[in-house]
Design a binder for this molecule. Structure first.
Ligand code: NDP
Length: 446
């Protein structure tokens, strides 16, 4: 049996009840075989066995009081996965589905993604099974403060720097940052995604979605194609999806769908800038549901409980959650002539769906490369905080564009070097892994 297969079996044996983590690990490991043939020193140093075991996993109680005076108890966690190339870095997710398997899958992906950004940041991820939906502002604040009452012991500007993810946006980062400062008496860049004017970077809210589209642009350019005129199906209507849509419109693409966990809307005329601004107000201020769109825009149709992959589109931009493109969705996308996918969400494509898309020759930008723009600008926020500086949005956006273009090149080059030209999944895994592995080799058995 190969070293890779043996290492994966050990992962499953050690934590048999973590399916999402197994999926994320296998998606990487199955592409690394040729790397170990070329670098037997990695095998000897048990780099893989060390890489799949977090350096530290913290789990804690988060008690808080709701608006009716009832005590509620949630579970908080932070997985500090790998610090070989920099302080742990990765988002916090607040969603009822959060468990250790999901946080470990996200943390594992984050290690390689962060390496691809070429910034000095390690990998981590955290969150809670707290459901922010339907909670008042004060409840959100009390929860965030209680969450930070424990987390503050484990993080710091050069130790571990969390950011947002599903259910954690500017509001939650603000409450957590305020509590960190209160508890430690220190103003430091301990969280990214902060508001502009108190340490936040311009373009951070936009970064993941913008970066996803810059990556798409590079993929299409490699085949002589452009975004202009293409019909784009986007899932989600949160942070990533909103700015993905905005950038697609800037490049002259047509956005035909957006969604939330209730279902998706299809607008045959396209979601233009003014309709997108309406969705942003609905989601960010009114905290409404996407189905409300059809009351405002009568030409649109709402499909309850469904994902948008059955619509005829040239490009799919999954930007909601994991495993949202499954076999059926992938078959529909191929049947309807989709030519490219750029993943905004983490692991949104199931392995079975990926096989179908890959065999059909659909251009595929994997999450750890295509959605790295968010963490890349988080690293730029850390740079600005460390130097007490503030950069213009033009400067940050142009650095983001350079980083995403560079990531695409790294992935293409690594794929070519390992005789799998054009396979950006293989390229992203190999390029990210080698960077982390080399750093681990230099630092001894720690
Ligand atoms: P938000 O909370 O802002 O938005 C999430 C969106 O996805 C919402 O529209 C939400 O709908 C929808 N969604 C969540 N869960 C499900 C589900 N089970 N089925 C269908 N739809 C769902 O999160 P983000 O936009 O920040 O994150 C979206 C994805 O992008 C995640 O996979 C995240 O890990 C990834 N990502 C985010 C980064 C960032 O910078 N924010 C960076 C890199 C990756 P509803 O409101 O109904 O729950």
């Amino acid at each position: 049996m190969s070293y890779v297969k043996e290492a994966f079996d050990r992962v499953k044996l050690r934590d048999p009840d973590q399916p999402e983590f197994h999926q994320a690990v296998w998606e990487v490991l199955e592409t690394l075989e040729p790397v170990f043939e070329k670098h037997p020193e990695y095998v000897e140093a048990k780099i893989l066995d060390r890489l799949v075991e977090p350096e530290r996993t913290i789990s804690f109680r988060v008690p808080w009081v709701d608006d009716n005076g009832n005590v509620q108890v949630n579970r908080g966690m932070r997985v500090e996965f790998n610090s070989a190339i920099g302080p742990y870095k990765g988002g916090l997710r607040f969603h009822p589905s959060v468990n250790v398997s999901i946080i470990k899958f996200l943390g594992f992906e984050q290690i390689l993604k962060n390496a691809l950004t070429t910034r000095p940041i390690g990998g981590g991820k955290g969150g809670s099974d707290f459901d922010p939906k339907g909670k008042s502002d004060l409840e959100i604040m009390r929860f965030c403060q209680s969450f930070m009452n424990e987390l503050y012991r484990h993080i710091g500007a050069s130790i571990d720097v969390p950011a947002g993810d599903i259910g954690v946006g500017g509001r939650e980062i603000g409450y957590m940052f305020g509590q960190y400062k209160k508890l430690t008496g220190k103003w430091e860049g301990v969280l990214t995604g902060k508001g502009y004017g108190w340490g936040g970077s311009l373009i951070r809210p936009e970064a993941t979605g913008f970066g996803q589209v810059y990556f798409l642009r590079e993929m299409l350019a490699s085949k002589g194609e452009k975004i202009e005129g293409k019909a784009c199906a986007i899932s989600g209507s949160g942070n990533v999806a909103q700015y993905c849509a905005m950038k697609i419109l800037e490049y002259g693409g047509k956005v035909i769908t957006m969604s939330d966990s209730g279902g998706y809307i299809f607008d045959k005329d396209g979601i233009d800038e003014s309709k997108l601004a309406w969705i942003q107000d609905l989601k960010n201020n009114k905290r409404g549901r996407i189905k409300e769109y059809i009351s405002e825009y009568k030409e649109a149709v709402y499909h309850a409980g469904e994902r948008p992959w059955g619509e005829v589109c040239d490009i799919a931009l999954p930007s909601a959650t994991q495993n949202e493109i499954e076999e059926k969705g992938a078959k529909n996308l191929v049947k309807n002539g989709c030519i490219a996918i750029s993943e905004g969400a983490n692991m949104p494509t199931s392995p079975e769906a990926y096989t179908i898309l890959n065999e059909a020759g659909v251009l595929f930008g994997p999450a750890k490369a295509a959605n790295a723009g968010g963490v890349a600008v988080s690293a730029l926020e850390m740079s600005q905080n460390a130097s007490f500086d503030e950069w213009t949005s033009e400067k940050v956006d142009s650095k983001l564009d350079q980083i995403m273009t560079g990531i695409h090149k790294q992935c293409s080059d690594a794929a070519e070097e390992y005789n799998q030209k054009g396979d950006l999944v293989v390229g992203a895994n190999i390029a990210g892994f080698i960077k982390v592995a080399d750093a681990m080799m230099s630092q001894g058995i720690v």
